[in-house]
Design a protein around this ligand. Structure first.
Ligand code: ZN
Length: 202
């Protein structure tokens, strides 16, 4: 199982980090050791003092495919979920400055919070509200209509490079409002008003 993540997919988030709007999706991968499930706590690793939350809609792949045409992409997923792409922002900025890959800042152990999954049936995936609360206050909220590349476009693009397999997960990018977490924080993610995960920061 692999986790494919899309960077810079929401214009307001691109602006808050002073990045350029990409003409095709920015892709990176987290290893399976990054998974943090079942509302388990997140321990801030020693190598960073600036871990940011990035709440993201997650797509779970249900069929193997390569070079999937966009018009057929919808048949490769039945469920969506919500999670956090934890990012060691200080480390990422150092790596970016040197033009090096982001893996240490993005793919470290337990950096991928994964909540429960729900059927996509009956959901309007192009107009879906989601949000992240930190200590009871909304810190990030987005709607999938703000995505630069929608789910089907992401699947079409990603699958040109990486064969998608059953159980693979795609993190579809974060809206604005990313910020640092500290020990004692509690994060809760929502699709609409449905609670998808909680995560205590230690
Ligand atoms: Zn992200």
């Amino acid at each position: 199982m692999k986790i494919i993540c899309i960077g810079r997919n929401y214009a307001a988030h691109i602006r808050e980090l002073n990045n350029a709007i990409p003409d095709e999706p920015v892709i990176f991968i987290k290893p399976d050791s990054a998974v943090l499930r079942n509302n388990a706590p997140f321990f801030i690793p020693d190598f960073t003092t600036d871990v940011h939350h990035e709440v993201e809609l997650i797509v779970k792949i249900c069929k193997t495919g390569k070079s999937i045409p966009q018009q057929f992409a919808h048949s490769y997923y039945q469920e969506i979920g919500l999670g956090i792409d934890f990012t060691a922002r200080d480390l990422q900025n150092k790596l970016k400055e040197k033009g090096l890959p982001w893996e240490k800042a993005k793919g470290f152990d337990h950096s991928a919070v994964i909540g429960k999954f729900i059927s996509k049936e009956g959901l309007d995936l192009n107009h879906l509200d989601f949000s992240l609360q930190k200590n009871g206050e909304v810190v990030q909220s987005g709607n999938t209509e703000q995505m630069i590349h929608n789910i089907d476009a992401i699947i079409a693009h990603v699958s040109q490079y990486f064969m998608l397999k059953i159980g693979d997960l795609i993190f579809t990018g974060t809206p604005e409002g990313v910020g640092a977490v500290k020990p004692g924080d509690e994060l809760r993610g929502f699709i609409g008003d449905r609670n998808m995960f909680r995560c205590a920061v230690k």
